[in-house]
Design a protein around this ligand. Structure first.
Ligand code: SF4
Ligand code: FES
Length: 369
């Protein structure tokens, strides 16, 4: 068993946006009892002792935590590399300056599309202009900036314009992440899944941009795994290098694993080290012993680790099956059917999308700017 390298600290699932591709759980109301500032500081200290080097502060919208600056300062004191993953709503100049002083290392801002009307329609609230301003502020204060765009049927045709915007704001890195179908995205999969022709066109644009911008911008294209022959090596293997702590203190090997039928483990009840080493939620699919055929005898079993356990569960009801994305999986037909529907004239339209509910309730934690 290796040490975890990265901690995804999901500080809150509250969010001012309502994106229909959100991977947060559907039962958002069950996560209202958020960890306190002291709890998070203890979690970060325990994560550092466990070997974690990078801390990704995410949500929901982490800026809705009033104690975000204190949490960042504590992580910085521990020597962790801190990355704020934000919609940028609430990223005011005073707050940004406090975060800079606290030692925040990197900012990732999500944007929903290349222009205000489309971006705001997908986000469910007017936010595009504030996001662009916030990206300018990130650069002005000297942070490295990643611009993240989740791609789906309603924006993938504008990937060239998205890349032009990334150039304009001076992003150091742009993440073009095809939607992963968990949480709200799973619920909206039939409407969000792009067509084969859309993907082919986008990939051509991305290939040309990678070549043209090689020296200026790092372009990461997260592949749409429903259209792949093999699954993604999800999380680099179950409970191998990453862990997630949810707003209420549950510890998971990945952000989507709360839907799996495994016993809960919480930082409110046990130290992180014991959970990482022994909790069933961590050990269930660690390594390769759990694998069924065809993974068990497959030469790629240490390349993709049998794919994604959460995807296997969502598609088949059994997290221990081969990820149906794999063309060798006995359940691959489930993915083929979704792809066929996405390329059919009779697929659901954008009006069928269910937006994630807004959850911008009162901020919690000590008062800050
Ligand atoms: Fe990966 Fe399993 Fe498919 Fe082999 S059979 S490629 S290990 S998912
Ligand atoms: Fe949970 Fe892939 S998202 S294992």
């Amino acid at each position: 068993m290796d040490s975890p390298f990265g901690l995804l600290a999901e500080l809150t699932y509250r969010c001012p946006l309502a994106c229909p591709y959100c991977s947060n759980p559907l039962n958002l109301a069950d996560y209202g009892d958020e960890l306190t500032t002291g709890d998070w500081m203890r979690v970060l200290t325990e994560a550092g002792d466990l070997g974690v080097l990078q801390c990704h502060l995410s949500g929901g919208e982490p800026l809705l935590r009033r104690d975000l600056v204190e949490i960042v300062a504590h992580a910085h004191l521990l020597g962790l590399y801190t990355n704020l993953i934000t919609s940028a709503v609430g990223f005011s100049r005073p707050r940004a300056e406090l975060l800079r002083t606290a030692g925040l290392d990197h900012v990732q801002i999500s944007i929903q599309a290349d222009e205000p009307a489309r971006s705001d329609r997908i986000a469910g609230v007017p936010s595009f202009r504030r996001k662009v301003e916030a990206m300018g502020l990130v650069k002005e204060l000297g942070w490295p900036l990643t611009m993240n765009v989740v791609l789906h049927r309603y924006n993938i045709g504008h990937v060239a314009e998205v890349l032009a915007l990334a150039e304009e704001v001076g992003a150091d890195r742009v993440e073009l992440a095809n939607t992963q179908y968990y949480g709200w995205a799973w619920r909206n999969r039939a409407a969000l899944l792009p067509s084969r022709a859309q993907l082919a066109a986008a990939e051509e644009v991305v290939r040309a941009a990678v070549e043209r911008l090689r020296d200026r911008m790092d372009i990461v294209y997260v592949i749409p795994d429903y259209y792949s022959r093999y699954p993604k090596p999800c999380m680099g293997g179950w409970a191998s290098r990453q862990l997630t702590v949810t707003p209420n203190g549950d510890v998971l090997p990945c952000p989507a694993a709360q839907s799996l039928p495994l016993p809960r483990a919480s930082v409110r009840e046990e130290p992180l080290e014991r959970i990482w080493a022994e909790a069933p939620v961590m050990t269930a699919f660690r390594g390769t012993d759990w694998m069924p055929e065809p993974c068990r005898g497959c030469p790629r079993r240490e390349v993709d680790f049998g794919g994604c356990r959460c995807q296997a569960f969502l598609l088949t009801g059994d997290p221990a099956r081969t990820d149906p994305v794999c063309h060798l999986s006995p359940d691959h037909e489930l993915v083929e059917r979704a792809v066929t529907a996405a390329n059919s004239e009779r697929r659901p339209r954008g009006s069928a999308l269910v937006p994630r509910p807004h959850q911008a309730r009162r901020p919690v934690g000590p008062r800050q700017v």
